[in-house]
Design a protein around this ligand. Structure first.
Ligand code: FAD
Ligand code: NAD
Length: 465
């Protein structure tokens, strides 16, 4: 058995683990990272990046379909478009491949050693890795657990056959004629809408009384409108009971206790993700848990000395940028820097059509803290740039304290608003007041001007409405 020792061992090379390893390498720490699958984890291989590639392809296809239908107000017309999903997926895979190689290159540049294989703890300082060439034993002073998460399955609807995960949905080579989506959260709506744009007849089955329950109802209204325009049926308060014997029909209990049968070529189950806490020897450790997640403190330390945890395995929100920020922080702590998790917000984006962004507190969440608030909302209908992009549906909303105008939250819904999230995050992180945003020149013509106007509106003097 081969044995090595290192200062820092990172288990899992997703956004949490690979960022931690790169930063540690940059800081001169002798770092080893173990990854069982491909570098980049869920996000890069089967999550954020491939889903956004497929969503972009669907958006482009939808545009030309409308042009071909003679519906383009831009005056563009063309012959009947077609989609070759196999080619789309091959393009998406090339992007993923480039990013995999990119992570490998960054490891090399930072002097990080990467080992392919499944890691299992023997004790708090020793990990065993099953590699292709045999077992490797690694002794480490400090270990970071970054094992991520996996799709949740529903007992009456186990994965297999026509019941698929998001990973399988992102690898389909044909557009399903009829697609049922169980779970109207992030993945269900992002991918459900993409397939609707590719031409699938989509039905979303959601257990709660509305889809995208994470965001407030006002923010998701333009998405509901678009779902309707795309012909997506949404069943709320509904539960999937199982598949028919032939495997071609999803049986659903609707909100009234009645049974509905939905013929479906594919059933995509997206009812959440669970932390990956099994199979790597957690039983050899004495880690305190926070429900299903590994408990961490404000420095990502677990209850065991010398063991840190980052990313999805540590809790909500299970987002790549949270994992990366934790990974970077832990590397600096291991290098002896004084760091602590003091972020004011973790922006969240849903890449639906239109996109939804939320940074900081919604009006309801802000009120629940007991402070009096002011809000300002500016519609894209009054934004010149949005008009030029046929993107008038949506708005930017700013939430601030009524007394000192400190910005507590910023939300937006609209075409392409994901790119505004950086400005929103920065404003909250820097402790901006409404006057700071209103006093910043926002270039014209941009959608960002709606942010400026929303702040002005909260101050009582929006200019363009
Ligand atoms: P992961 O990315 O899950 O990586 C963990 C890695 O650890 C995996 O590669 C796994 O193989 C490896 N591993 C686990 N156990 C072991 C072991 N014992 N030995 C060796 N290796 C091991 N988030 C966003 O912020 N934006 C998005 O747009 C977005 N879109 C998404 C779309 C989809 C379809 C999905 C499924 C997720 C999406 N997410 C998105 C969520 C995002 O992918 C995760 O939050 C992020 O990947 C978490 O990073 P992580 O490092 O904690 O774990
Ligand atoms: P989710 O938590 O976003 O949504 C799950 C949905 O399924 C919820 O609306 C829930 O009410 C519903 N549900 C639960 N059980 C159900 C049942 N039995 N029948 C019908 N509906 C049911 O989970 P997801 O969409 O699987 O995504 C997992 C995680 O991945 C997200 O929480 C997020 O952290 C991450 N993600 C992020 C992005 C992004 O940032 N753009 C995109 C995709 C995924």
């Amino acid at each position: 058995m081969k044995e090595i020792s290192c200062k820092l061992l990172v288990i899992g090379a997703g956004p949490g683990g690979y960022v931690c390893a790169i930063r540690a390498g940059q800081l001169g720490i002798d770092t080893v990272v173990v990854e069982a699958g491909r570098l980049g984890g869920t996000c890069l291989n089967v999550g954020c990046i491939p889903s956004k590639a497929v969503i972009h392809a669907a958006e482009e296809f939808d545009k030309v379909v409308h042009m071909a239908g003679g519906e383009s107000p831009l005056g563009i017309s063309l012959a009947k478009p077609a989609i070759d999903l196999g080619k789309t997926v091959a393009w998406k895979d090339r992007i993923v491949g480039r990013l995999n190689n990119g992570v490998a290159g960054l490891f090399k540049k930072a002097g990080v050693k990467s080992i392919q294989g499944w890691a299992k703890f023997r004790d708090g300082k020793t990990v065993e890795v099953e590699t292709e060439t045999g077992t490797q034993l690694i002794h480490a002073e400090t270990i970071v657990i970054a094992t991520g998460s996996a799709s949740v399955d529903l007992p009456p609807l186990p994965f297999g056959g026509n019941v698929i995960t998001s990973t399988q949905a992102l690898a389909l080579d044909r557009v399903p004629e009829k697609l049922a989506v169980v779970g109207g959260g992030y993945i269900g709506l992002e991918l459900g809408m993409a397939f609707a744009r590719f031409g699938s007849a989509v039905t979303v089955v959601e257990a709660l009384d509305r889809v995208l329950p994470l965001y407030d109802a006002e923010l998701t209204r333009p998405v509901l409108k678009r779902l309707d325009a795309l012909g997506v049926s949404v069943m709320t308060g509904a539960k999937a009971k199982g598949m028919s014997k032939k495997g071609d029909t999803l049986v659903v209990e609707n909100g009234n206790g009645g049974e509905v049968r939905l013929p479906a070529d594919k059933v995509l189950v997206t009812v959440g993700r669970k932390p990956l806490t099994e199979g790597w020897g957690i039983e050899e450790l004495a880690l305190d848990m926070d429900g299903r997640f590994i408990r961490i403190d404000e420095t990502c330390r677990t209850s065991m000395r010398g063991i840190y945890a980052v990313g999805d395995v540590t809790g909500e929100p299970m987002l790549a940028h949270r994992a990366m920020a934790q990974g970077e922080m832990v590397a600096e702590i291991v290098a002896g820097h004084r760091r602590t998790w003091d972020k004011r917000c973790i922006p969240a984006i849903c890449f639906t059509d239109p996109e939804v962004v939320s940074a900081g507190l919604s009006p309801e969440e802000a009120r629940a803290t007991g402070v009096e608030i002011k809000t300002g909302q500016f519609p894209f209908q009054a934004n010149g740039r949005a008009m030029t992009m046929l993107g008038e549906d949506g708005f930017v909303r700013v939430v601030a304290r009524a007394d000192n105008h400190l910005v507590l939250g910023i939300q937006a819904v609209g075409q392409g608003v994901s790119e505004l999230s950086a400005a929103f995050g920065l404003a909250i992180e820097m402790g901006a007041r409404l006057e700071d945003i209103a006093g910043t020149i926002h270039a014209h013509p941009t959608q960002g001007e709606a942010f400026l106007e929303a702040a002005m509106k909260a101050l009582g003097h929006a200019l363009h409405i």
